[in-house]
Design a protein around this ligand. Structure first.
Ligand code: F6P
Length: 195
């Protein structure tokens, strides 16, 4: 069995401010996480020569991967966070106040709701198809450093969770979800590296 390690990027400056989307750098806590992650990956994949590190094209994932050495890194646009369109850069409070109808429609059907000029969870699930095909094809371990909505969708695929649950799955920061694909099915472990 070969592991797939899923993790969100280290905490970003936008996470601290509660802003969605954007392309911010890491916060102080995020900087600490990237070191802890590199240390964990170094130990966990010590004898795995063919492993690879996949990130999105956003700097918070690339920065999180930066201290990991010895493995090739691949950037996927398909691993970028859900595109919040006109709401990019806003806080949930600002959306609620300035665009109450949008806020309510998303609350009602988070899976299907599409941000104006942006994406829905269903859109994200669809664009992940090539990533999933490539992950299934890999013989060696893969570390996927991506974002909350994208990792909910990826995790749901491997853990066989129903579509409707996807937007609500817990994928906390600074936690590694290890998925093992064996003959007996899928096994999961979570490693919380920081509070
Ligand atoms: O807040 C971090 C973040 O990754 C945002 O960039 C993104 O819009 C959001 O999480 C997705 O989570 P939710 O679908 O719960 O709003």
């Amino acid at each position: 069995p070969r592991p797939i390690l899923l993790t969100r990027h280290g905490e970003s400056q936008d996470n601290v401010r509660g802003r969605i989307g954007g392309d911010a750098a890491l916060s102080e806590a995020g900087e600490l996480y990237k070191k802890k992650l590199a240390n964990f990956v170094g130990k966990r994949l010590k004898s795995e020569r063919a492993a690879s590190i996949w990130t999105s094209t956003l700097q918070r994932t690339i920065l999180t991967a930066s201290p990991i050495v010895g493995f090739p890194k691949i950037q996927w646009r398909a691993l970028d966070e859900i595109n919040a369109g006109v709401c990019d850069g806003m806080t949930y409070e600002e959306i609620k106040k300035n665009m109450p109808e949008e806020y309510e429609s998303r609350k009602k059907d988070k899976l299907r709701y599409r941000y104006p000029r942006g994406e829905s969870y269903l859109d994200v699930i669809q664009r992940l198809e090539p990533v999933i095909i490539e992950l299934e094809r890999q013989r060696a371990p893969v570390v996927v450093i991506s974002h909350q909505a994208v990792l909910r969708a990826l995790y749901a695929y491997f853990a066989d969770r129903p579509l409707q649950e996807i937007p609500h799955i817990e994928v906390p920061l600074h936690t590694i979800i290890e998925i093992q694909m064996g003959v007996t099915g899928v096994q999961e472990k979570r490693y919380k590296l920081m509070d």
